[in-house]
Each structure stands twice: as C-alpha cells, then as structure tokens.
Design a protein around this ligand. Sequence first.
Ligand code: 9MR
Length: 562
Amino acid sequence: KAQSEINKIRINHVGYYTKGPKAAIIIAPVNSDDFFILSESKKDTVFKGKLENEMQSKNSSLKTRYADFSSFQKNGKYVVAIPGYPNSCSFEIKQHAQHAVAVSSLKGFYYQRVSMPLEEKYAGKWARPAGHPDTAVLIHASAATPKRPEGFVISSPYGWYDAGDYNKYIVNSGITMGTLLSAYEDFTTYFDTLETNIPESNDKVPDILNEVCYNLRWMLTMQDPNDGGVYHKCTNAAFDGMVMPGITKLSRYVVQKGTAATLDFAAVTAQACRIFKKFDKQLPGLSDSCLKASQSAWQWALANPAVAYNQEEINKTFSPKITTGAYGDKHFDDEWFWAASELLATTKDKQYYAVVQQHINTTMTLPSWSNVQMLGYYTLLRRKNNLAAYSNDIAFVSKQLIAFADGYLEPVQANAFKTVMGRSPKDFNWGSNSNAANQSIILINAWLQTRDKKYLTNALSNLDYILGRNATGYSFVTGVGCKSTMHPHHRPSVADNIAAPIPGLLAGGPNPGRQDGSKYEFTEPETAYVDIDPAYASNEIAINWNAPLVYIANAFEALAPQ
Ligand code: 9MR
C-alpha cells in the first residue's frame, strides 16, 4: 500500500487541550473540501470545517491538506471524519490532555533501571529480575592508571540502560540528566507533586528526582577518585544479543577517561548539587558530594582539555576490542560552556565565568548528545536572578534565544504538516524524534522569556508530530495512541515474550540514513521509518530521546492551556 493510502487522517492520537490549538493533516488527494468532527460514541457531527488548499511536502512526495479545529473547545472523545475514508482514531479533548504521556514517558526511565528487579507492583506485566549488577567491573586497558591498573575491579552499579542495548554511557547520560534536571528546575511546583508509581514514590523527594538519583548514583561511580577524571562508559566489549538484561554474564569494563565525559559529568553534578540541596534531609550529603565531584572533574578537564574518545584508535592499541556505542565527540567547546555555566550558576565563583565568556557568543545549535551548549544557555537564563553580576551577558543570551526560536516559526506555514519539525529535511537523522522534542524545549524557553503564546502553540505542534500528526501516521511513543511503535529495537521488549512493548519509550523516528540495513518500505526523509526490531537506526529507543519528551509533555501539563 502506498503511504498516501494508509491511515489518511493524521492527528495527535492522544488528543488536544480544551483551549489549545487542534489540527489534523489529511493526506491528499481528498475528494472533499469539508471535514467533520464526530462524537466517538454517537457519531453525531459536532463540528464542521473546511480543508485548506493542497500542499506539497518538502520532505517526501506526500501532498497534504490542513484541517484546523482549534475553535472547537468542548471536552469529550471524538474522531475526525471525511466522507468516503476511514475515520481517524479516536482522540480526547480535555484540560489535561497529555497527562498520560507525561507520566508514562517519565516512567519509561524506571523500566531502563539496570541493577534492581522491577517488581510487579511498579512494572506490571513487564516485571523482571535485576539486570547487570555491575559490582565487579574491570578497568579496561585504555583506562589503566598506576592506581587502577588493567583488570583492577571497581563497582559501578545502578543507572539506566542507554537505549535498546545494555550499556551505560556518560556522554549520553549527561544530556539526558541535564534535560530532566532542567525540567524540574523550570517546572518545580508541578513536579513536586507528580508521582509515577516507582519504589521511591512514598518518600518526600519528587519522583522525577528519585528517578534522576538512580542514574546519578551510577554516574558518581564513574569518576576516578584519584584524579577526578571520568570514564567514558561502562560496557560489554560487544553488544549483547536480543536477550533479557543480565542473562549473559560477559565481562563489563569502564573505558578511557575523556574530556567530553568529564565535562558532561561536571555539568550534571553541578546542577544536581543545587537541586538536591533542598533534599539534604532525605538524601544526606548527596548535594555536597555532587559539588566536590563536579569540581574535581573540572580540574581533570583543565589538565586534559581535549581528550577525544576515539574507539577505532583505542582498538588499535588496546584489548579487548570495544565495539559498543562510541558517542565519540571531538568538539569540546559546548561541553566547556555547559560545565562552566552550571558551575557558575551553582557556585557563583568567577573562575568559571572566564570560560562562559569565551564561548557565550557561539551560534546556537539544537541540542544533541554531541552538542550540549544550549543547556548552558538555558541555565544562565533560568538562574538570571541569582547571577545579577552577569545581567548584560544574560540579556544577550535571551535575545539570541528568542531570535533562534523565531527562526523556527517562520517555516511552519510552508511545512505540509504545519509542525516546526520538518522545517528542513535535515531534521530527519538518527534520533530525529529527539530533534522534534528539543525544538519544542527551545520554544518553551522562548515562552519562559517572553510569555508570548505563539511559542507554546508551535511547541505543541511538535508533540502532535511525535504522537501521530506526521508522514508515517505512527505515534512514536510505545503504549500511546491507536497506532504506535510495537517492535522497537529494545532488547527487553523483544525478549520478554509479552506482545506489548515496554511502555513510555520514544522510538528514534524517520531516518533516511537507514544505517541498520533493514528493508524500509518508505525511504524519503520524513517517511523513512519501519516498525521492526532490527531497524535500530529508526526504531531504537534511547534515554536522550525520552528526556526531552518528558520535558515537553510535562511542561504542557504544567501549563495546561486554559
Ligand atoms: O544516537 C546516536 C546517533 O547520533 C549516532 O549516529 C549513532 C551511531 O553512532 O549512535 C546513536 O547512539 C546509539 C549508541 O551508540 C548506542 N546505544 C544506542 C544509541 C541509539 O541508537
């Protein structure tokens, strides 16, 4: 079947906020100029609207017609209908329309926990024994030092599995933790009462921080106490097969200390220090330990300012060969800026300002695991009241951020799906769905600066994109929506003999690069997605993709358009 024949009416499968924007995209050709909203149960027409003129997509051969029903503001369950075509899936209009997605995307992290059993009362049918204990991890030859020679054993338990694989990578944990901690800092009151039914839900710490804490405890073990340097990853030598976690008992290693890992660690621990201060009673000493860890990581980075993680080079010299994910970043300007910004925001110590100032003029870039500069900007803006001495710089950052966000709005009308995502075919690469979510975070930050509603409206368009208003018709969040990712490249979801994948996880999304070599029925930038588990280049899940989804879904819930 041609893509244009499948599921012709593309909507946010979950639904829309009562007073918020609402739109469907109809894949053309359509034999009608009208569209209808019907009540789900009685099929009564409750709204009739006109389709806009046909548009040619820039990111595929699809043509679309836009159906706006924002003015329909009555809570309930509905379908979108066009005579002669199957109805859309049913969706809901209500005040807290995205609550389930907000909670489930955060709960997704619980299912990634490495070293503890997932009990049925929290994990439901996805309960499983603990995965890797990681209490006896070897120092890899590439990481050997006199005090920790090759084969020396350290304990590095806890943390989240990075993705569909069973390894733990500091660089990718860095942006993930920064994003979740920022969500908490930006929407503190909201998160203070949000519960996700995890083992720590009854304590006095908000669940988003309980979840973060589980990974923070792991990150802290990745620092060499002798010099402050941070290992790049805790990993098998080669990827496990598609089995449940902890079944294979292969050796685990920590591999080479590097500048990107160490600075990302410094940033996260500096941010964690100021956030966990408030919870000193519940988590005694954690905040202080984080600051010490951050400062000694910073010292290591000063002495080792440009140690890139280059797996090919490492494998030429050291054994065993390491073939798991590389996250090999060679550019450190953004990590320097982020770490310096977090340390400045937490300590107000001038020494960090010099580095902030050195990088503050850099052109803004959409965040990714290899570019974390924006996280530094977010923090400077968020903490501006505590950083009065730097108000000129921060005012400059604010202006830049607003201009950057404005650049996202203009192309929306020219995008056949009328979302910010897809404003350029470049949006579609490995993990493209995280681009959509990170674009929304930028827009939400522009809203935080200006309170101009247009930023939220456009930010919401990308959540629509992720939940089905896109060229594939899929909701990319497992367990969410009438047609969602069922076969992610995610070892537990493949191996657990349960039909439904583990819920709340965001698939990577369309990626015309298709580096997994699987057979893709559609290959254009916005359609290059296939819901089969070998397709890791478009259908894996990953913590750094889930985190911005957590941020945006919860931000909208916190702000729930009135
Ligand atoms: O997200 C990463 C993407 O940007 C890279 O192009 C790709 C290839 O190096 O790796 C992705 O990260 C994977 C990591 O290396 C291992 N765990 C799974 C990650 C998601 O696919």
